[in-house]
Design a binder for this molecule. Structure first.
Ligand SMILES: [Zn+2]
Length: 271
């Protein structure tokens, strides 16, 4: 299967970038090993079947282990306006949460979906929040765009919300055409939830099943939700806020249907 995963974004840094090093702070030979930040993007939400006509802000995670991109990004500051081209990637991550009752630190596993930048450029700095948001609005067409080719991993699920909105969601499996530095050699696939609305949801529901191949043009949505965690030490329940990055298609092309998904590939990696 061909591989295609192309993301374009013009956005604003939500916070200063967070830098992780290979050695402690007092070691002058330390080098950065990972840089990440949240990037605020804007999208109109009427074009792909949603009821609302609002503009919406989302702030997905941008994460890199590439030395030259890390060096550029680590100089950036909160509020900088940046242009980025990259791919959407995923990894198994661990989130630490503290029990409010007894203070026990619990590790919650999650599938982290993030942007892997390939090209970055700072365009403006020093705008105040209002100026930056006005600027972002004028760039809504290119602020949050993704084109991705993948395979429907599980059975698409159609449901209707109380407001009458029809939604289909499914997990997409996308093959990676590159290797991310620091990631497992064998990690060659990314997984992300796709959520379609309205007419696209209707046709997705009719056309897609496990193993279908799709070419999606869409946008990223970051959704926060609450989850109940049970503390392994004191056994009490507490609420954890988690977030999920999903793709909202505005166009889905159905390439091939009924292809078994679990087939092992023998094809050699290109890099
Ligand atoms: Zn506890």
């Amino acid at each position: 299967m061909a591989r295609f995963n192309d993301l374009l974004s013009l956005g604003i840094l939500k916070d200063d970038p967070e830098v992780r090093y290979n050695k402690p702070e007092d070691d002058p030979t330390r080098e950065p090993v990972m840089v990440n930040f949240k990037m605020i993007m804007i999208r109109g939400i009427r074009h792909f079947g949603a009821v609302s006509e609002r503009m919406k802000l989302d702030a997905p995670i941008v994460l890199t282990t590439n030395p030259s991109i890390m060096n550029e990004i680590r100089e950036w500051k909160k509020g900088d306006v940046v242009l980025l081209k990259g791919t959407l990637a995923s990894m198994d991550a661990v989130r630490r949460t503290k029990c409010p009752e007894c203070g026990e630190v619990e590790k919650l596993s999650e599938s982290l979906v993030y942007i892997n930048p390939i090209f970055v450029m700072k365009m403006y700095q020093g705008m105040d929040a209002k100026e930056a948001q006005e600027f972002l609005k004028s760039c809504a067409e290119i602020s949050n765009r993704i084109t991705i080719l993948g395979t429907v991993f599980d059975k698409p699920n159609l449901y209707t919300t109380r407001a009458g909105q029809r939604i289909v969601n499914y997990k997409l499996e996308a093959e990676r055409k590159y290797r991310i530095k620091g990631d497992y050699e064998t990690h060659r696939k990314d997984y992300v939830i796709v959520k379609s609305y309205g007419k696209i949801a209707d046709s997705d529901s009719a056309a897609l099943k496990e193993g279908s191949e799709v070419l999606i043009e869409g946008m990223l949505q970051v959704r926060q939700y609450q989850e109940t965690a049970v503390c392994p030490k004191c056994g009490k329940e507490h609420t954890v806020i988690r977030s999920k990055t999903e793709i909202i298609p505005y166009s889905t092309e159905y390439l091939q249907i009924d292809r078994p998904i679990k087939t092992e590939k023998t094809e050699a990696a290109p890099c």
